[in-house]
Ligand binder design. Structure first.
Ligand SMILES: [Zn+2]
Length: 242
C-alpha cells in the first residue's frame, strides 16, 4: 500500500505506538503488553507495534516531533506533576499543547488506518479525513481530547506494563491507555462538546489532569466491554470463517 498521505509507493516502518513508551515501561526486564478490543488477545511488544504500509519516510518523520514530545511529557507527568491539596488533580507543564494534541490525534489515526487492524471496527467515517488534514496539513479541525489519571492496579500494585491501544468506546469516542493515564478523543466539532469544556486538554498550558481512584484491573469500568468485544470478534470470525 502506498503512503496514505502522498501516494509514495515506498513506505517505511511506522510506529503505531512510539517505541520509547514501550522502552520506558519495560525498564530493565519487564515486558510491555498492548491490549485492545481491536486485536484478539494481547500483543507482546518488544519494540512497539508498527506498520510498514501506511507512511513514507517524509510523513513518518512528520510525526516525530509529537511522538518525542508525548514521550517526554508522560515522563514529566510521572516525575514532576504537582498534586493538588485535595488530591483531585495533577498539574503538569505543557509548553507545546499543539504537539500534545497532534500526538493524540496521530496516535488514534495511525491505529485506525493501519491494515493490521482492518478486521476490526476502527472506522472513523468522515472524521478520518478531517483528522488526517489536521495532522499532516495543519487543518482547522480540533476535536476535544481529555486526559485522566487512573492507574491500572492488580492487588494494589500498578500494572505499569499495560498499554491499551486506541479503540472505539462508542461511535465517535476513542480511548487509549498509556503511562497510567486514560486518554479520550471525541471526534465531534468542539461546539458539540460544551459539557467537556472544564476538563478538555486542548490548548491547556499547564494542564490539569483530573485524578480518578486507582482501580483494580478486573473492576475497572470498561474492562468488561473490552473483554466482551474481544470475545464477540473471535466468535464472529469463527462463524464467518469456520
Ligand atoms: Zn508520504
Amino acid at each position: 500500500m502506498p503512503c496514505l498521505i502522498c501516494g509514495d509507493p515506498k513506505t517505511v516502518k511506522s510506529h503505531l505506538t512510539p517505541r520509547a513508551f514501550v522502552h520506558d515501561i519495560r525498564g530493565n526486564d519487564t515486558r510491555a503488553y498492548e491490549g485492545s478490543i481491536g486485536y484478539e488477545g494481547t500483543r507482546y511488544t518488544q519494540a512497539g507495534t508498527f506498520d510498514r504500509t501506511i507512511l513514507c519516510q517524509l510523513h513518518e518523520d512528520h510525526l516525530k516531533d509529537c511522538d518525542d514530545y508525548a514521550v517526554n511529557w508522560v515522563r514529566d507527568v510521572q516525575a514532576d506533576a504537582q498534586i493538588s491539596p485535595c488530591g483531585d488533580f495533577l498539574t503538569v507543564a505543557n509548553p507545546r499543547p499543539d504537539l500534545l494534541a497532534k500526538f493524540v490525534y496521530s496516535h488514534v489515526w495511525r491505529h485506525a488506518v493501519s491494515p493490521r487492524n482492518s478486521a476490526f471496527d476502527m472506522d472513523m467515517g468522515p472524521w478520518e479525513w478531517q483528522l488526517r488534514q489536521k495532522i499532516f496539513a495543519e487543518g482547522r479541525y480540533d476535536p476535544t481530547f481529555v486526559i485522566i489519571r487512573q492507574r491500572w492496579m492488580s492487588q494494589g500494585i500498578e500494572l505499569k506494563e499495560m498499554i491499551i491501544a486506541p479503540y472505539k468506546v462508542e461511535k465517535r469516542l476513542w480511548e487509549f491507555g498509556l503511562g497510567g493515564l486514560r486518554w479520550f478523543l471525541k471526534l465531534n466539532d468542539r461546539r458539540a462538546d460544551k459539557p467537556l469544556d472544564r476538563i478538555k486538554a486542548n490548548s491547556k498550558s499547564p494542564l490539569r489532569i483530573p485524578i480518578l481512584e486507582d482501580t483494580e484491573f478486573t473492576k475497572r469500568p470498561g474492562i468488561i466491554d473490552i473483554g466482551v468485544n474481544m470475545f464477540r470478534e473471535t466468535y464472529r470470525r469463527e462463524m464467518e470463517g469456520g
